[in-house]
Design a protein around this ligand. Sequence first.
Ligand code: FAD
Length: 526
Amino acid sequence: MVMSFQFPAYFTAIFIITRVMSIMKISKPLDVHHKDIRAVDLATKLSVDPSAIESASRDFGGIVKAEPEAVLHPSAPQDIAALIKFSYSNSVPFGIAAKGHGHSVRGQAMAENGVVVDMRSMANNRRNGTGIRISIDRLYADVGGEQLWIDVLNATLEYGLAPVSWTDYLYLTVGGTLSNAGISGQTFRYGPQISNVLEMDVITGKADFLTCSPRMNSELFYAVLGGLGQFGIITRARIPLQPAPKGVKWVRLLYDDFSSFTKDQELLISKNGRKDKSALDYLEGSLLMDQGSPDNWRSSFFPHKDHPRIISLITKHGIIYCLEIVKHYDDRTKHTVDKEMKQVLQGLNYMPGFMFGKDVGYEEFLNRVRSGELKLKSQGLWDVPHPWLNLFIPKSQISDFNNGVFRGIVLERNITTGPVLVYPMNRQKWDDRMSAVIPDEEIFYTVGFLHSSGFDTWEAFEDQNKDIMRFCNKTGILVKQYLPHYSTKEEWVHHFGSKWKVFQHRKYQFDPRMLLSPGQRIFNNN
Ligand code: FAD
């Protein structure tokens, strides 16, 4: 068990490491015993530099702050294994958190008074790390856990190939999204990213360095996928590839009626066979609310000339629902894709005259959030607090959620300006052996409140988030949080439901001293 950190032995451990670092400056590695060489090597990669500590104490959420004692900049998985071994065998172990790109919003990648492993350091060390290696014959990519999905996309596109399941934003690491699920508009058809992994290399909380897959060390494989970093650090994932499309037909349809909107979404995701050529390649949905422009930072889509009539529609109805769909094409299908899209649109109940289309390259589509990010960065509006709330809601209760939350809490409070996503996915595309938690119904919705706030206004959004959770509890909506955040053990037990026993058992099996990802506050919340 990771102890609270008043213990002198813990400080001794960190002291020893930092001391080894200073000794390094005056002694030669060859002067020390063989087993000390590893410690010396490890110590040279640990940093107590204030800027490294500061950056490891923060995340995209900008709400939680927790300082580690040191930051490890590994150049190879062996460095991570050595650190875990050091803590595991210490009389009072310290917490260790892998930090991918720090895009968590609640301190999940932090390790207060422990050590944060800056996974991105390995991306700079191609010689020792996994990097990105592509097998053209066997259609997969071996990808380091520290790699960004944008780099995976660019590397695979060079061979005309690409993974099939994505997140909306690509500047996230492979290890970070596989620790959650990795969802987007492809999930209804291909499953989340965790359903698209062939095998992984993982360093467990006992410092065992294991390859796992559905056939080899399968318990570890399923534990780690969606495992919130609790069981091991992913250093390599094998991702299946398919021939990449050339471009996409991208359509948005507007609805003033929630029931027509969800009915159409559910109809469209009912065609979901991986090989079904008539199925859509992507489906999402969002709310348009009174915020000055129908576009938001996540995408600029609507033609400027149409903004006034969309805005007056929003003003009239308070909320407009926007369905977003995509069909891929390549050289072979570029002449037939328009006809296919027309067929898809037939029989849908969107508002006449409110269909908007675009034709863009495949990479431009997948990387669509980037331009918004760069724009916000240039305005100093990216590094602001992000009191996000991401939920999964059973299909049978999404209408109650619309009435009570979208048309109730959200409109009444009238502070929501950020994107609000709402789209369905199919449970059969997920694997229940994995750690990720989803509702029991075959179709469930994801709802994402992706708020940006001012530094002194984030608490109002937090209050709204709490109101939403309270409303769900009171009215019996069986909501599950995605990218979950809880502060008590009871809440975590409730979150995992029937999966809790297995989750806990796996923790004892793979990380018995409770070292890993303490920022999730699952096993160290008292
Ligand atoms: P971090 O925040 O660094 O880490 C997250 C957790 O994973 C921590 O517990 C950490 O300890 C653990 N971890 C990190 N690396 C490893 C590893 N190699 N092995 C084991 N554990 C590890 N999510 C979606 O599913 N779909 C989206 O469309 C989407 N869009 C997003 C857009 C933006 C702008 C942002 C900020 C986030 C988005 N997310 C989305 C959420 C995102 O998937 C998670 O926040 C994810 O954890 C971020 O990845 P990261 O690499 O920054 O991980």
